[in-house]
Design a protein around this ligand. Structure first.
Ligand code: TXD
Length: 307
């Protein structure tokens, strides 16, 4: 059985464990700094396995020794912004957390692939890659699957079709400047702009861009976790089953889309070694300009990192 360790047993970490346990894909380890939290959630999840007839093994620990020999390390550890905390404070704190988590996890799993969720996502991927001295194949950030899934959900609702028929592609940084590619998105092969009037399509794009904020405003505390965690499970399955599945993920740019030295959301083919390759769409001038704006934002945050 493969082994996945999830660092950070909060809302997204524990929910990812839940989705993963249902897939019976790997043995699971939850790690957190809070005493008892990963142990309690892991035990509760383990006790659910007889009910759903799955043999996923789940343990929780405050010690990285439990992660020994993991194939995949998922980092969700981090703090959310608290009142009085600037975005910069948050970046510095999470940089420190992600750096230490990467180091500690690597000591016990020197060959693991890293999937990052902690925000600001694209910059935290950069931190993990640099801190671990990892090749780009082994650090992949989750953002695009979630953003694309939101857009798919909104299109399916608007048109009254199955989500299975809706393919949407959202590229770019994980922020309000993300780039929903409406021209490439379609329903059963029919481009979205043939199915939806321009104003409806624009409203869907806008709601997608603000999708994270919509959930935060409703929850009042914390942020989305079901969908981000489901995205982690999909990435883990693509990697561990060596599916060569193409998913929108944040990966380190080496010239693709004219971008270098930042993590950025692009269609990425995932297999057993992590990133196989980046898929490049032909973009028109307007799409290129939107992508460049998004890249500039990511570049700015990444350049300000205290590594
Ligand atoms: O799509 C995406 N990339 C995002 C990202 C979608 C949802 C959430 N996104 C970000 O993930 C969010 O902005 C945060 O930066 C992380 C985790 O979000 P989550 O909602 O899971 O936060 P929680 O519930 O606060 O959980 C974080 C846990 C919590 O239990 C802390 O005790 C733990 O992280 N934590 C640590 N664990 C291990 N090691 C260290 N150092 C540590 N510090 C905090």
């Amino acid at each position: 059985m493969a082994k996945i360790s999830i660092i950070g047993a909060g809302m997204t970490g524990a929910t990812a464990a839940h989705w993963l346990a249902e897939r019976e894909l790997a043995d699971l380890v939850l790690v957190d700094v809070v005493e008892g939290l990963p142990q309690g959630k892991a035990l509760d999840l383990l006790e659910a396995m007889p009910i759903i007839n799955k043999d996923s093994h789940v343990v929780g620990s405050n010690d990285y020794a439990a992660t020994e020999g993991s194939d995949l390390i998922v980092i969700t550890a981090g703090l959310a912004r608290k009142p009085g905390m600037s975005r910069e404070d948050l970046v510095n704190t999470n940089t420190d957390i992600v750096k230490k988590a990467t180091d500690a996890a690597l000591k016990h799993s020197p060959n693991a692939i890293f999937v990052i969720l902690t925000n600001p996502l694209d910059s935290m991927c950069y931190v993990a890659m640099k801190a671990g001295g990892l090749p780009r194949q082994r650090v992949i950030g989750q953002a695009g699957i979630l953003d694309s899934a939101r857009m798919r959900a909104f299109v399916a609702m608007e048109l009254g079709v199955s989500v299975e028929n809706v393919a949407c592609y959202v590229l770019g940084g994980h922020g309000d400047s993300m780039v929903p590619l409406t021209r490439h998105s379609n329903v059963a092969g029919v481009p979205l702009d043939k199915l939806l009037p321009a104003d409806k399509l624009a409203a869907i794009v806008d709601r997608t861009r603000k999708g994270g904020g919509e959930i935060v405003a409703l929850l009042k505390q914390g942020s989305a976790f079901y969908a981000p965690a489901a995205a982690i499970a999909q990435m883990a399955e693509a990697i561990l089953k060596d599916k060569n599945l193409i998913l929108p993920c944040s990966v380190y740019m080496q010239g693709e889309y004219g971008l270098t030295d930042i993590f950025f959301g692009v269609p990425a083919q995932l297999g057993i070694k992590g990133l196989v390759k980046v898929i490049e769409y032909e973009l028109n001038a307007e799409e290129k300009a939107t992508l460049e704006r998004s890249a500039a934002e990511v570049r700015e945050t990444t350049a300000a990192l205290k590594l």
